[in-house]
Design a binder for this molecule. Structure first.
Ligand code: EPU
Length: 428
């Protein structure tokens, strides 16, 4: 076990290069199962969720050959298993994408229920509804989600809630189904568009990704492809928020500025100076942030995955701000940790009222989930004193080289082993 030790109070300065998007990568890797030939995936982020998915692909019979740090070749031709075990599935949400991908490839799938960050109840009823509409018989047996079909046939599906996961899973199952599938009230996130572009580069026929209506005309075969994953909008937003919170000046490179619009709008509202270039964004801040209100929404609204990071910024802003969480039932579990560092935040259901304080102070805290962990890192960079963050395996699920990237911006941050007294006693 490891923890981060952060010496706070230094403005971030310099340049940071953003990695490939986690939430695109975790959809595209299972999608490789639909190909009849090997695929080369570039700009893969070096994060533990990607490593878990690559191991899962291998456990199904795929051959995985790393080409360099960010590129991997995957040969799915000898995949013979349709079972994803609890051990593989429980650590992450995206393991549910094997349901759609295996149904699409073999007309059968058995996958342990997905894990991932704890935001209260995380149902998959819309995924199941989509698979059933395509003709699969779904069941829950022995703690596994199973699906089987004679063949999958195109259909019309109206999603009751805008769901990234259900939209992706239905696309995966429908891409080789016979006939036309129409997903209405579909999610519009950049990673949905990236998955559609990836599948189309293999010969799929998908239109409308990025809008609320996606049309998928089934094809019989998908061929191999070389595909480069889009940059991670949330990783970019995290470094941008950190630059503003510490009063710094950071050039964030390898980004798609259009994907960052809702985040940039809020950073400008708190007083930051943001300049957009073709593939980079410069963020400067030379005064205390101003208050602002934020409501998270599905894309193109402000992303829920940036909610904890912006909360840190507002925790040290002048005045009182309100955050309304519009996607998840329970995404304020990190507030207790921030309070330990001196933040003044009152949570009432899906709303947090944040009264800005002049500064935060160091404290021992935990990463309660992935983005909450990123928020604690930003809080540590802002705070006076030395902050220690435990449970950082959550952060490693989604941020490549976070210590190296923040260090290159002048931060004092180290990864150190946690002394586990009970393990040491057992060994003695
Ligand atoms: N929902 C249902 N039924 C379903 C599916 C979802 O009611 O069948 C509800 C959820 O309870 C939630 C809302 O719909 O209230 C949206 O959930 P969605 O399905 O869009 O979320 P997800 O696919 O499980 C992905 C990201 C999350 C991100 C959300 C929202 C991945 C692997 N995960 O989750 O990312 O918060 O979309 O944008 O893509 C993260 O990266 O830190 C992260 C948690």
């Amino acid at each position: 076990m490891e923890k981060f030790v952060i010496g706070g109070g230094r403005p971030l300065r310099g340049e940071v290069r953003i990695s490939g998007a986690k939430n695109a990568a975790v959809a595209i890797l299972p999608a490789v199962l639909l190909s009849d030939e090997p695929c080369v995936i570039e700009n893969l982020p070096g994060i533990s969720d990607v490593h878990t998915l690559l191991r899962t692909l291998e456990s199904l019979g795929a051959q995985v050959r790393p080409i360099n740090k960010t590129t991997v070749e995957i040969d799915p031709r000898h995949v013979n298993s349709f079972v994803v075990s609890k051990q593989m599935a429980e650590g992450m949400r995206a393991s549910s994408y094997f349901l759609g991908a295996l149904l699409g490839r073999m007309n059968k799938a058995r996958v342990a229920p997905p894990g991932g960050c704890d935001f209260g109840v995380r149902p998959i009823d819309q995924h199941i509804k989509g698979f059933e509409a395509l003709g699969a018989k779904m069941s829950f047996e022995n703690g596994m989600v199973s699906g089987r079909a004679q063949r999958l046939s195109g259909c019309s599906i109206y999603l009751d809630v805008v769901s990234v996961g259900a939209t992706i899973n239905i696309m995966l199952a429908a891409v080789k189904a016979s006939g036309l599938t129409v997903i209405e009230n579909a999610a519009r996130e950049p990673h949905i568009v990236d998955l559609a572009n990836f599948l189309n580069s293999m010969g799929a026929d998908i239109m409308g990704a990025g809008t609320g209506v996606i049309k998928i005309r089934g094809v019989q075969h998908l061929h191999g492809t070389n595909y480069s994953i889009i940059p991670d909008q949330i990783e970019a937003g995290t470094y941008m928020a950190a630059a503003v919170a510490t009063g710094g000046d950071v050039l964030v490179t390898n980004v798609t500025p259009k994907h960052l619009e809702s985040i940039i709008a809020k950073l400008v509202e708190v007083g930051a100076d943001v300049t957009e270039y073709d593939e980079s964004v410069r963020v400067r801040m030379d005064h205390r942030p101003k208050k602002c209100n934020v409501k998270t929404m599905p894309h193109p609204g402000f992303p829920t995955d940036m909610q904890p990071q912006i909360a840190v910024l507002l925790a040290v802003a002048e005045g009182t701000s309100i955050i309304t969480e519009g996607v998840w039932d329970s995404r304020f579990r990190y507030v207790d940790q921030l309070t330990l560092m001196g933040a003044d935040i009152q949570v009432d259901g899906k709303m947090a009222v944040i009264t800005g304080v002049k500064t935060l102070h160091a404290a021992p805290v935990r990463a309660v989930d992935l983005r909450a962990g990123a928020a604690m890192v930003i809080a540590g960079l802002v705070a006076t004193g030395t902050t220690e963050i435990e449970d950082i395996d959550h952060i490693d699920r989604g941020y490549e080289d976070i210590v190296e990237k923040f260090s290159a911006l002048g931060a004092k941050i180290k990864r150190v082993p946690v002394f586990d007294a009970s393990a040491a006693l057992k060994q003695a």
